[in-house]
Design a protein around this ligand. Structure first.
Ligand code: NAD
Ligand code: 6OD
Length: 471
C-alpha cells in the first residue's frame, strides 16, 4: 500500500490496519499520509497544470483514458481480487460490476470527449459586420476526489476519468477501508504515458486527516466527493472559504413502489436485487418498499422467502458499520415485525469473526421510526402497505433524502405519471440500477449536489469561457 505523489510511490506515514471484513482479521497495513505529504501532492498537481499536460489536445487525452482502461483490463483479475479482499463482496459482483464499470468509466468519457463540440453564435452589431462568440472549455485546475468504500474503484474512477478528460490534475483520497484498487490504479496510470504528476494518490482517514487536509487545502480548486451526507456538509464548509465548486453524491433512503397491477414475480426478483446487492451497501439500494394493499401479503411472503434463500452475499464493511446496522435491527425487532433474517449468520468457520448480517425483511414500523427514516446501508428493507397512488407518492417523497426510487407497475400511464412525480434524481420503472453512463446521475435534498454522468461530468470538471471576436 503506497501513496503516489510527484510521479513516485511513497510508503511514508503512520500505518493503520487493513481489516478483512469476511473474517475480521487484520491482513495488512496502510500508511496514513501526513499533512506535509498532502501538501506535496497538491503542489505537484498544481505544478503539472503548467507542464506538457496543458498542451494536450482532447484527442490525446481521450487516447490516454483508453490506455488507462486497457491497463485495468490487462490486470483485470488482480483488480477483482483486490476489490473482493477489501470489501468482502462476492467475486461475481466485482467481476461483473465494479471492475468492468471502472473500465467503462474511462472508455465512455474518452469517447464522449473525442466527439464533444462547443457552441458558437454570430451576433449582430450596429456596423453590420457582426461578431463571433464561441465557448472555450478550460480545466478547473487541481481536483480533489474523495471516495467511499462500497464500490471503491467504480466510484473513484467515475470522477477521476472525467476530471482527467477535461485536462484537470487530480489528487485522489480513497476510503481508508478499501485502498487496494486505488493503489493498482495508480500503477496503471503511472504506466499509461501521461505526464508525471497529473494523478496523485494519498491514503488516510477523513476527519482531521488526509481527507480533511485535502478538501480544505487552498491549492485545491474543486472537490468531487461521494459518501455520507454529513461528510458532504463538512467538506462543503471546508470548501466554502475559497468558494471551491463541489460535486456531491451522498446518502439515500430509497423507496420502491409496488402497484397491484405489477408483474409480482418480477417485482419480487427486482426488489431482492435492489435491497440486497452488496448486502445493501450501495447508495441506490431500496430500503423502504410500499406495496398496494391487495398484493401486500403475497409480495411480503415472497420477498421474505427470497431473502431467506439468498446465498452468496457478503459481510458489512467493518465492525463499526455492523454495530450500526444491528442497532437498527434491535430497535426494529422491538417495535415491529421481522419477516426474515434480523440476526447474524453462523458459519462454524473463520467467517464467524467477520462482520456479517442476515438479509432482513421488516414490516409494521411507523414511518418516523429510525429504521424507516434513516439510511441503514445494510441488508435491511422495510415493507408497508398503501391504498392510493397519491398516498404512495407522499410516502416515497417523505424524509430527508432524494437519491433514487423504483416503480413496479404494468400500467404504462401510471409509470409515466408516478416516476416524474418522485422527488429523486433517478427513477427506475420495472428495473433497478440499469445504467447508461451518459445520463444525469445524482440526488436531490440531502442526497447530493449537482449531477454527474456524460456531459454533466465534463461540464462540472471544466470552466466555460466565452470569447467574443468583432468581425
Ligand atoms: P464517508 O462519508 O464516511 O466517507 C467517504 C470518504 O470521505 C472517505 O474517503 C473518508 O475517509 C472521507 N471523509 C470522511 N470524513 C471526511 C472529512 N471530514 N473531510 C474529508 N473527507 C472525509 O462515507 P462511507 O461510509 O465511506 O460511504 C458510505 C456512504 O456513502 C453512505 O452514506 C452512502 O449512501 C454514500 N454513497 C453515496 C453514493 C451516491 O452516489 N450518492 C455512492 C456511494 C456511497
Ligand atoms: O453507477 C454509478 O455511476 C454510480 N455513481 C453509482 C453509485 C452507487 C452508490 O453506491
Amino acid at each position: 500500500m503506497r501513496h503516489y505523489v510527484g510521479g513516485g510511490f511513497d510508503a511514508s506515514g503512520v500505518p493503520f490496519p487493513l481489516v478483512d471484513p469476511v473474517t475480521g482479521r487484520t491482513v495488512g497495513e496502510v500508511p496514513a499520509a501526513s499533512r506535509e505529504l498532502v501538501d506535496r501532492a497538491v503542489g505537484a498537481a498544481r505544478e503539472a497544470l503548467r507542464g506538457p499536460w496543458a498542451g494536450w489536445s482532447p484527442a490525446e487525452r481521450s487516447r490516454a483514458l483508453h490506455r488507462i482502461a486497457d491497463g485495468i483490463e490487462g490486470r483485470f483479475e488482480e483488480f477483482v481480487a483486490a476489490e473482493c479482499a477489501d470489501t468482502g463482496k462476492p467475486r461475481a459482483l466485482a467481476a461483473t460490476v465494479d471492475i468492468p464499470r471502472a473500465v467503462a468509466n474511462f472508455r465512455s468519457y474518452a469517447d464522449l470527449l473525442a466527439g464533444r463540440s462547443e457552441r458558437s453564435w454570430h451576433t449582430g452589431t450596429p456596423d453590420g459586420r457582426g461578431a463571433l462568440n464561441y465557448t472555450v472549455r478550460k480545466p478547473l485546475g487541481v481536483v480533489a476526489v474523495v471516495s467511499p468504500w462500497n464500490l471503491p474503484l467504480l466510484l473513484l474512477t467515475w470522477k477521476v476519468a472525467p476530471a482527467l478528460a477535461m485536462g484537470n490534475t487530480v489528487v485522489a483520497k480513497p476510503s481508508e477501508l478499501t485502498p487496494s484498487t486505488a493503489c493498482l490504479l495508480a500503477e496503471v496510470i503511472a504506466g499509461a504515458e501521461l505526464p508525471a504528476d497529473v494523478f496523485q494518490l494519498v491514503h488516510g482517514q477523513g476527519a482531521d486527516a488526509a481527507g480533511q487536509w485535502l478538501t480544505e487545502h487552498p491549492g485545491v480548486d474543486a472537490v468531487a466527493f461521494t459518501g455520507e451526507s454529513r461528510t458532504g456538509s463538512a467538506i462543503m464548509r471546508a470548501a466554502a472559504d475559497r468558494l471551491a465548486p463541489v460535486s456531491f453524491e451522498l446518502g439515500g433512503k430509497n423507496a420502491g413502489l409496488v402497484f397491484a397491477d405489477a408483474d409480482l414475480e418480477r417485482a419480487v426478483e427486482g426488489t431482492l436485487r435492489s435491497a440486497f446487492t452488496h448486502s445493501g451497501q450501495v447508495c441506490l439500494c431500496t430500503e423502504r418498499v410500499y406495496v398496494e394493499r391487495p398484493v401486500f401479503e403475497e409480495f411480503a411472503g415472497a420477498l421474505a422467502a427470497g431473502a431467506k434463500d439468498l446465498a452468496g452475499y457478503g459481510p458489512m464493511i467493518s465492525a463499526a458499520h455492523r454495530a450500526k446496522v444491528l442497532g437498527h435491527l434491535d430497535r426494529a425487532a422491538a417495535d415491529g415485525e421481522v419477516l426474515a433474517g434480523g440476526g447474524v449468520p453462523s458459519f462454524g468457520d473463520a467467517r464467524d469473526g467477520g462482520f456479517w448480517v442476515e438479509p432482513t425483511v421488516l414490516t409494521g414500523l411507523p414511518e418516523d421510526h429510525p429504521a424507516v427514516r434513516e439510511e441503514i446501508f445494510g441488508p435491511v428493507v422495510h415493507l408497508a402497505p398503501f391504498d392510493t397512488e397519491e398516498e404512495a407518492l407522499a410516502l416515497a417523497n417523505a424524509g430527508p433524502y432524494g437519491l433514487a426510487a423504483t416503480v413496479w407497475t404494468g400500467d404504462v400511464s401510471r409509470a409515466h405519471r408516478v416516476a416524474p412525480a418522485l422527488d429523486v434524481g433517478i427513477a427506475w420503472v420495472n428495473t433497478w440500477n440499469l445504467r447508461d453512463l451518459r445520463t444525469p446521475f445524482g440526488g436531490v435534498k440531502a442526497s447530493g449536489i449537482g449531477r454527474e454522468g456524460g456531459d454533466h461530468s465534463l461540464d462540472f470538471f471544466s470552466e466555460p469561457m466565452n470569447v467574443c471576436v468583432k468581425l
